[in-house]
Write a protein that binds this ligand. Structure first.
Ligand code: SF4
Ligand code: SF4
Length: 374
Protein backbone atom coordinates (compact mmCIF):
# COMPACT_ATOMS: atom_id res chain seq x y z
CA UNK A 1 0.00 0.00 0.00
CA UNK A 2 1.04 3.54 -0.68
CA UNK A 3 2.31 5.48 2.28
CA UNK A 4 0.94 8.87 1.37
CA UNK A 5 -0.71 11.80 3.07
CA UNK A 6 -3.22 11.74 0.22
CA UNK A 7 -3.74 14.11 -2.66
CA UNK A 8 -3.95 17.84 -2.12
CA UNK A 9 -5.45 18.58 -5.51
CA UNK A 10 -7.94 16.55 -7.48
CA UNK A 11 -9.05 17.40 -11.00
CA UNK A 12 -12.34 15.78 -11.82
CA UNK A 13 -13.51 15.44 -15.39
CA UNK A 14 -17.21 15.63 -14.58
CA UNK A 15 -18.03 15.09 -18.22
CA UNK A 16 -16.15 14.80 -21.45
CA UNK A 17 -18.82 16.60 -23.41
CA UNK A 18 -17.77 19.91 -24.97
CA UNK A 19 -18.85 22.01 -27.95
CA UNK A 20 -15.34 23.19 -28.78
CA UNK A 21 -12.82 21.32 -30.90
CA UNK A 22 -9.59 22.48 -29.33
CA UNK A 23 -6.59 21.09 -31.12
CA UNK A 24 -4.76 20.24 -27.93
CA UNK A 25 -7.69 18.54 -26.23
CA UNK A 26 -6.52 15.72 -23.98
CA UNK A 27 -9.92 14.05 -24.10
CA UNK A 28 -10.62 14.67 -27.79
CA UNK A 29 -13.97 15.87 -26.46
CA UNK A 30 -17.10 15.92 -28.62
CA UNK A 31 -20.43 17.62 -28.22
CA UNK A 32 -22.38 14.51 -27.34
CA UNK A 33 -23.27 12.42 -24.32
CA UNK A 34 -20.56 10.03 -23.22
CA UNK A 35 -21.49 6.54 -22.20
CA UNK A 36 -20.76 5.54 -18.65
CA UNK A 37 -20.64 9.01 -17.17
CA UNK A 38 -21.11 9.02 -13.41
CA UNK A 39 -24.66 9.86 -12.30
CA UNK A 40 -25.42 12.61 -9.80
CA UNK A 41 -25.77 10.05 -7.01
CA UNK A 42 -22.49 8.41 -7.99
CA UNK A 43 -20.76 11.78 -8.09
CA UNK A 44 -21.89 12.41 -4.54
CA UNK A 45 -20.42 9.04 -3.58
CA UNK A 46 -17.15 10.12 -5.16
CA UNK A 47 -17.20 13.32 -3.11
CA UNK A 48 -18.04 11.39 0.06
CA UNK A 49 -15.17 9.00 -0.61
CA UNK A 50 -12.71 11.83 -1.09
CA UNK A 51 -13.96 13.75 1.94
CA UNK A 52 -13.50 10.67 4.16
CA UNK A 53 -9.80 10.84 3.26
CA UNK A 54 -8.74 14.40 2.42
CA UNK A 55 -10.10 17.90 1.88
CA UNK A 56 -8.34 18.87 -1.34
CA UNK A 57 -8.73 21.61 -3.85
CA UNK A 58 -11.30 20.11 -6.19
CA UNK A 59 -11.14 21.24 -9.79
CA UNK A 60 -14.35 20.58 -11.66
CA UNK A 61 -13.38 20.17 -15.23
CA UNK A 62 -14.24 18.42 -18.48
CA UNK A 63 -14.97 18.53 -21.34
CA UNK A 64 -17.14 21.45 -20.41
CA UNK A 65 -18.25 20.85 -16.82
CA UNK A 66 -21.08 23.33 -17.26
CA UNK A 67 -22.84 21.01 -19.71
CA UNK A 68 -23.84 18.98 -16.65
CA UNK A 69 -27.04 20.42 -15.19
CA UNK A 70 -26.08 19.11 -11.75
CA UNK A 71 -22.76 20.94 -11.68
CA UNK A 72 -24.05 23.53 -9.18
CA UNK A 73 -25.45 20.84 -6.89
CA UNK A 74 -22.16 18.92 -6.99
CA UNK A 75 -20.05 22.03 -6.41
CA UNK A 76 -22.18 22.91 -3.38
CA UNK A 77 -22.00 19.35 -2.09
CA UNK A 78 -18.19 19.33 -2.30
CA UNK A 79 -17.85 22.81 -0.82
CA UNK A 80 -20.05 21.78 2.09
CA UNK A 81 -17.70 18.84 2.67
CA UNK A 82 -14.86 21.28 3.20
CA UNK A 83 -13.24 21.19 -0.22
CA UNK A 84 -12.05 24.28 -2.04
CA UNK A 85 -13.95 24.12 -5.29
CA UNK A 86 -12.68 25.72 -8.49
CA UNK A 87 -13.73 25.17 -12.07
CA UNK A 88 -12.38 25.07 -15.62
CA UNK A 89 -15.18 26.12 -17.95
CA UNK A 90 -14.58 27.22 -21.52
CA UNK A 91 -16.66 30.31 -20.85
CA UNK A 92 -19.34 29.85 -23.49
CA UNK A 93 -22.00 28.76 -21.03
CA UNK A 94 -21.35 31.57 -18.59
CA UNK A 95 -24.37 33.85 -18.50
CA UNK A 96 -25.39 36.31 -15.78
CA UNK A 97 -27.54 33.55 -14.30
CA UNK A 98 -25.07 30.63 -14.53
CA UNK A 99 -22.24 32.80 -13.21
CA UNK A 100 -24.38 33.78 -10.23
CA UNK A 101 -25.26 30.13 -9.63
CA UNK A 102 -21.59 29.13 -9.68
CA UNK A 103 -20.82 31.81 -7.14
CA UNK A 104 -23.70 30.68 -4.94
CA UNK A 105 -22.57 27.06 -5.29
CA UNK A 106 -19.25 27.96 -3.71
CA UNK A 107 -17.03 27.97 -6.80
CA UNK A 108 -14.16 30.18 -5.71
CA UNK A 109 -12.31 30.70 -8.92
CA UNK A 110 -12.42 29.75 -12.59
CA UNK A 111 -9.79 29.49 -15.28
CA UNK A 112 -10.27 30.78 -18.79
CA UNK A 113 -8.03 29.91 -21.71
CA UNK A 114 -6.66 32.46 -24.11
CA UNK A 115 -4.33 30.97 -26.69
CA UNK A 116 -3.77 34.00 -28.88
CA UNK A 117 -3.74 37.73 -28.24
CA UNK A 118 -6.23 38.35 -31.05
CA UNK A 119 -9.60 36.71 -31.77
CA UNK A 120 -8.21 35.33 -35.05
CA UNK A 121 -5.26 33.60 -33.40
CA UNK A 122 -7.32 32.24 -30.56
CA UNK A 123 -10.13 30.95 -32.77
CA UNK A 124 -7.70 29.22 -35.11
CA UNK A 125 -6.35 27.24 -32.20
CA UNK A 126 -9.73 26.62 -30.61
CA UNK A 127 -11.20 25.34 -33.85
CA UNK A 128 -14.42 27.38 -33.57
CA UNK A 129 -15.01 30.79 -35.16
CA UNK A 130 -16.19 33.32 -32.60
CA UNK A 131 -14.79 31.31 -29.67
CA UNK A 132 -12.73 34.24 -28.42
CA UNK A 133 -15.66 36.66 -28.42
CA UNK A 134 -17.89 34.19 -26.61
CA UNK A 135 -15.22 33.41 -24.05
CA UNK A 136 -14.78 37.12 -23.35
CA UNK A 137 -18.51 37.57 -23.00
CA UNK A 138 -18.75 34.68 -20.56
CA UNK A 139 -15.75 35.89 -18.62
CA UNK A 140 -17.38 39.28 -18.14
CA UNK A 141 -20.39 37.58 -16.57
CA UNK A 142 -18.09 35.75 -14.15
CA UNK A 143 -16.34 39.00 -13.27
CA UNK A 144 -19.71 40.68 -12.71
CA UNK A 145 -20.71 37.81 -10.42
CA UNK A 146 -17.56 38.37 -8.35
CA UNK A 147 -15.72 35.20 -9.37
CA UNK A 148 -11.95 35.44 -9.61
CA UNK A 149 -10.21 34.00 -12.63
CA UNK A 150 -6.88 33.03 -14.07
CA UNK A 151 -5.84 33.00 -17.71
CA UNK A 152 -4.30 29.82 -19.09
CA UNK A 153 -2.37 29.65 -22.33
CA UNK A 154 -1.26 26.46 -24.01
CA UNK A 155 2.18 27.21 -25.40
CA UNK A 156 2.78 26.03 -28.98
CA UNK A 157 4.82 27.15 -31.97
CA UNK A 158 1.73 29.15 -32.96
CA UNK A 159 1.82 31.45 -29.97
CA UNK A 160 5.22 31.20 -28.35
CA UNK A 161 6.08 34.65 -29.75
CA UNK A 162 2.70 35.99 -28.76
CA UNK A 163 3.05 35.25 -25.05
CA UNK A 164 3.97 38.82 -24.00
CA UNK A 165 0.83 40.17 -25.71
CA UNK A 166 -1.34 37.48 -24.13
CA UNK A 167 0.10 38.33 -20.74
CA UNK A 168 -0.74 42.00 -21.33
CA UNK A 169 -4.28 40.96 -22.19
CA UNK A 170 -4.57 38.88 -19.03
CA UNK A 171 -3.41 41.81 -16.93
CA UNK A 172 -5.84 44.17 -18.64
CA UNK A 173 -8.71 41.75 -18.04
CA UNK A 174 -7.96 41.56 -14.32
CA UNK A 175 -6.73 37.98 -14.06
CA UNK A 176 -5.09 36.97 -10.80
CA UNK A 177 -2.71 34.58 -12.55
CA UNK A 178 -1.24 33.92 -15.98
CA UNK A 179 -0.42 30.28 -16.39
CA UNK A 180 1.61 28.87 -19.26
CA UNK A 181 0.67 25.30 -20.08
CA UNK A 182 3.17 23.35 -22.09
CA UNK A 183 1.63 21.20 -24.78
CA UNK A 184 1.56 17.51 -23.97
CA UNK A 185 1.01 15.63 -27.23
CA UNK A 186 -1.65 13.16 -26.12
CA UNK A 187 -5.36 12.97 -27.05
CA UNK A 188 -6.24 15.25 -29.97
CA UNK A 189 -2.96 17.04 -29.29
CA UNK A 190 -1.15 13.89 -30.43
CA UNK A 191 -1.71 15.15 -33.96
CA UNK A 192 -0.08 18.39 -32.89
CA UNK A 193 3.36 17.02 -32.37
CA UNK A 194 4.50 19.42 -35.07
CA UNK A 195 3.23 22.35 -33.04
CA UNK A 196 5.11 21.40 -29.93
CA UNK A 197 7.91 23.83 -29.33
CA UNK A 198 11.42 22.49 -29.34
CA UNK A 199 13.25 21.81 -26.08
CA UNK A 200 15.36 24.91 -26.79
CA UNK A 201 12.27 27.06 -27.32
CA UNK A 202 10.78 25.63 -24.16
CA UNK A 203 13.83 26.67 -22.16
CA UNK A 204 13.56 30.19 -23.63
CA UNK A 205 9.86 30.42 -22.87
CA UNK A 206 10.49 29.21 -19.35
CA UNK A 207 13.22 31.77 -18.91
CA UNK A 208 10.81 34.48 -20.02
CA UNK A 209 8.21 33.13 -17.60
CA UNK A 210 10.72 33.26 -14.77
CA UNK A 211 11.48 36.90 -15.60
CA UNK A 212 7.82 37.79 -15.83
CA UNK A 213 7.20 36.06 -12.52
CA UNK A 214 9.42 38.69 -10.99
CA UNK A 215 8.22 41.74 -12.83
CA UNK A 216 4.58 41.25 -13.88
CA UNK A 217 1.86 42.72 -11.67
CA UNK A 218 0.08 39.35 -11.56
CA UNK A 219 1.32 35.91 -10.73
CA UNK A 220 2.97 34.18 -13.68
CA UNK A 221 3.61 30.47 -13.52
CA UNK A 222 4.10 27.39 -15.62
CA UNK A 223 2.45 24.01 -15.79
CA UNK A 224 3.73 20.74 -17.13
CA UNK A 225 7.22 21.91 -17.82
CA UNK A 226 8.63 20.17 -14.77
CA UNK A 227 12.24 20.88 -15.64
CA UNK A 228 11.40 24.52 -14.89
CA UNK A 229 12.08 23.44 -11.31
CA UNK A 230 15.57 22.48 -12.40
CA UNK A 231 16.10 25.78 -14.24
CA UNK A 232 14.99 27.73 -11.20
CA UNK A 233 17.47 25.92 -9.04
CA UNK A 234 20.26 26.38 -11.55
CA UNK A 235 19.64 30.12 -11.79
CA UNK A 236 21.32 32.55 -9.41
CA UNK A 237 19.25 32.92 -6.27
CA UNK A 238 16.48 35.40 -6.94
CA UNK A 239 12.77 35.59 -6.43
CA UNK A 240 11.36 33.30 -9.08
CA UNK A 241 7.96 31.77 -8.95
CA UNK A 242 9.29 28.69 -7.23
CA UNK A 243 10.37 30.81 -4.33
CA UNK A 244 7.32 32.98 -4.13
CA UNK A 245 4.34 32.02 -2.10
CA UNK A 246 1.48 30.33 -3.92
CA UNK A 247 -0.95 32.70 -5.59
CA UNK A 248 -4.63 32.45 -4.94
CA UNK A 249 -5.06 29.55 -2.55
CA UNK A 250 -7.88 28.26 -4.69
CA UNK A 251 -5.59 27.76 -7.63
CA UNK A 252 -2.57 25.70 -6.91
CA UNK A 253 -3.36 23.45 -9.74
CA UNK A 254 -4.83 22.77 -13.17
CA UNK A 255 -7.24 20.35 -14.72
CA UNK A 256 -9.52 19.90 -17.67
CA UNK A 257 -9.10 18.81 -21.20
CA UNK A 258 -7.25 21.93 -22.09
CA UNK A 259 -9.53 24.89 -22.25
CA UNK A 260 -9.61 25.73 -18.64
CA UNK A 261 -7.21 24.81 -15.92
CA UNK A 262 -5.17 23.07 -18.51
CA UNK A 263 -5.78 19.44 -19.13
CA UNK A 264 -6.17 17.58 -15.89
CA UNK A 265 -2.66 18.35 -14.97
CA UNK A 266 -1.08 20.13 -12.08
CA UNK A 267 -0.11 23.74 -11.95
CA UNK A 268 3.22 23.92 -10.33
CA UNK A 269 6.48 25.69 -10.56
CA UNK A 270 7.86 22.59 -8.96
CA UNK A 271 8.08 19.33 -10.78
CA UNK A 272 5.55 16.96 -12.22
CA UNK A 273 2.84 16.38 -9.66
CA UNK A 274 1.34 13.34 -11.35
CA UNK A 275 0.72 11.02 -8.46
CA UNK A 276 2.60 13.36 -6.15
CA UNK A 277 -0.26 15.08 -4.43
CA UNK A 278 -2.39 15.24 -7.55
CA UNK A 279 -5.03 12.86 -8.88
CA UNK A 280 -7.24 13.01 -11.94
CA UNK A 281 -10.68 11.36 -11.95
CA UNK A 282 -12.24 10.58 -15.32
CA UNK A 283 -15.92 10.99 -16.20
CA UNK A 284 -16.32 7.27 -15.49
CA UNK A 285 -14.64 7.41 -12.10
CA UNK A 286 -11.28 6.05 -13.21
CA UNK A 287 -8.27 7.42 -11.36
CA UNK A 288 -5.20 8.58 -13.27
CA UNK A 289 -2.00 10.30 -12.14
CA UNK A 290 -2.91 13.19 -14.43
CA UNK A 291 -5.28 13.80 -17.29
CA UNK A 292 -2.54 13.41 -19.85
CA UNK A 293 -1.16 10.18 -18.44
CA UNK A 294 -3.75 7.67 -19.52
CA UNK A 295 -2.79 4.86 -17.20
CA UNK A 296 -5.89 3.67 -15.31
CA UNK A 297 -4.92 3.62 -11.65
CA UNK A 298 -8.11 2.67 -9.83
CA UNK A 299 -11.83 2.41 -10.60
CA UNK A 300 -14.05 4.12 -8.05
CA UNK A 301 -17.19 2.36 -9.29
CA UNK A 302 -15.61 -1.04 -8.85
CA UNK A 303 -14.06 -0.12 -5.54
CA UNK A 304 -17.21 0.99 -3.72
CA UNK A 305 -16.22 4.63 -4.18
CA UNK A 306 -13.55 4.09 -1.56
CA UNK A 307 -11.22 6.74 -2.86
CA UNK A 308 -8.52 6.14 -0.29
CA UNK A 309 -8.32 2.44 -0.94
CA UNK A 310 -8.24 2.90 -4.72
CA UNK A 311 -5.56 5.57 -4.50
CA UNK A 312 -3.33 3.82 -2.00
CA UNK A 313 -3.52 0.39 -3.64
CA UNK A 314 -2.61 1.65 -7.11
CA UNK A 315 0.65 0.30 -8.48
CA UNK A 316 0.97 3.31 -10.79
CA UNK A 317 0.76 5.80 -7.93
CA UNK A 318 3.26 3.72 -5.99
CA UNK A 319 5.66 3.70 -8.95
CA UNK A 320 5.45 7.43 -9.45
CA UNK A 321 6.29 8.10 -5.84
CA UNK A 322 9.29 5.76 -5.90
CA UNK A 323 11.99 7.83 -7.55
CA UNK A 324 14.42 4.91 -7.52
CA UNK A 325 12.21 3.28 -10.15
CA UNK A 326 12.66 6.12 -12.64
CA UNK A 327 14.69 5.29 -15.71
CA UNK A 328 16.95 6.93 -18.28
CA UNK A 329 18.60 10.20 -17.48
CA UNK A 330 15.78 11.20 -15.13
CA UNK A 331 16.63 8.16 -13.04
CA UNK A 332 20.15 9.44 -12.39
CA UNK A 333 19.40 13.15 -12.35
CA UNK A 334 20.27 15.19 -9.29
CA UNK A 335 17.11 17.25 -9.90
CA UNK A 336 14.77 14.28 -10.00
CA UNK A 337 13.29 14.99 -6.57
CA UNK A 338 12.22 18.52 -7.59
CA UNK A 339 11.46 17.89 -11.24
CA UNK A 340 10.45 14.33 -11.98
CA UNK A 341 10.17 14.94 -15.72
CA UNK A 342 6.84 14.76 -17.52
CA UNK A 343 5.63 11.20 -17.09
CA UNK A 344 2.96 11.66 -19.77
CA UNK A 345 5.46 12.74 -22.43
CA UNK A 346 7.68 9.82 -21.50
CA UNK A 347 4.73 7.44 -21.73
CA UNK A 348 3.52 8.84 -25.03
CA UNK A 349 6.92 8.40 -26.59
CA UNK A 350 7.98 5.09 -25.10
CA UNK A 351 4.95 3.42 -23.52
CA UNK A 352 6.84 3.55 -20.21
CA UNK A 353 5.77 6.23 -17.75
CA UNK A 354 9.01 5.81 -15.83
CA UNK A 355 11.22 6.57 -18.85
CA UNK A 356 13.11 9.85 -19.21
CA UNK A 357 11.39 13.11 -20.09
CA UNK A 358 11.98 13.74 -23.80
CA UNK A 359 11.69 17.55 -23.64
CA UNK A 360 14.54 18.15 -21.24
CA UNK A 361 17.91 19.23 -22.57
CA UNK A 362 19.76 18.77 -19.32
CA UNK A 363 22.53 16.22 -18.95
CA UNK A 364 22.63 15.05 -15.34
CA UNK A 365 25.99 15.36 -13.62
CA UNK A 366 26.39 11.62 -13.24
CA UNK A 367 26.00 11.11 -16.97
CA UNK A 368 28.32 13.99 -17.75
CA UNK A 369 30.99 12.48 -15.53
CA UNK A 370 30.49 9.08 -17.13
CA UNK A 371 30.82 10.59 -20.60
CA UNK A 372 33.97 12.43 -19.60
CA UNK A 373 35.46 9.25 -18.20
CA UNK A 374 34.99 7.42 -21.49
S1 SF4 B 1 2.81 13.86 -16.32
FE1 SF4 B 1 3.21 15.61 -14.98
S2 SF4 B 1 4.16 17.20 -16.23
FE2 SF4 B 1 3.25 15.65 -17.59
S3 SF4 B 1 1.22 16.41 -18.13
FE3 SF4 B 1 0.97 15.10 -16.35
S4 SF4 B 1 1.20 16.40 -14.56
FE4 SF4 B 1 1.95 17.53 -16.34
S1 SF4 C 1 16.76 14.85 -16.66
FE1 SF4 C 1 14.64 14.43 -15.99
S2 SF4 C 1 14.66 14.84 -13.78
FE2 SF4 C 1 16.50 15.81 -14.65
S3 SF4 C 1 15.92 17.92 -15.08
FE3 SF4 C 1 15.58 16.72 -16.95
S4 SF4 C 1 13.44 16.09 -16.85
FE4 SF4 C 1 14.03 16.72 -14.81
Amino acid sequence: MLNSPGPKVIAWELTRRCALRCKHCRGSARDEAYEGELSTAECKQVIDGIADYVKPVLILTGGEPMTRPDVYELARYAADKGMRVVMAPCGHLLTPETARKLKEAGVQCISISIDGSTPEKHDAFRGVAGAYARTMEGLQHAIDAGIQFQVNTTVTKLNVDDLPSILERAIALGAITFDLFFLVPTGRAGALRDLEISPGQAEQALQWAAEMAQSAPIRVKTTCAPHFARMVRQAPKSATTAERPAGHPAFPHGGGTGHGHGGGRPVSTGGCMAGQGFVFISHRGILQPCGFLDTPSGDLRNQDFNFRQAYEASRVFQDLRAHDRYEGKCGVCEFLHVCGGCRARAYELTGNYLAEEPQCTYVPKRLELQERAL
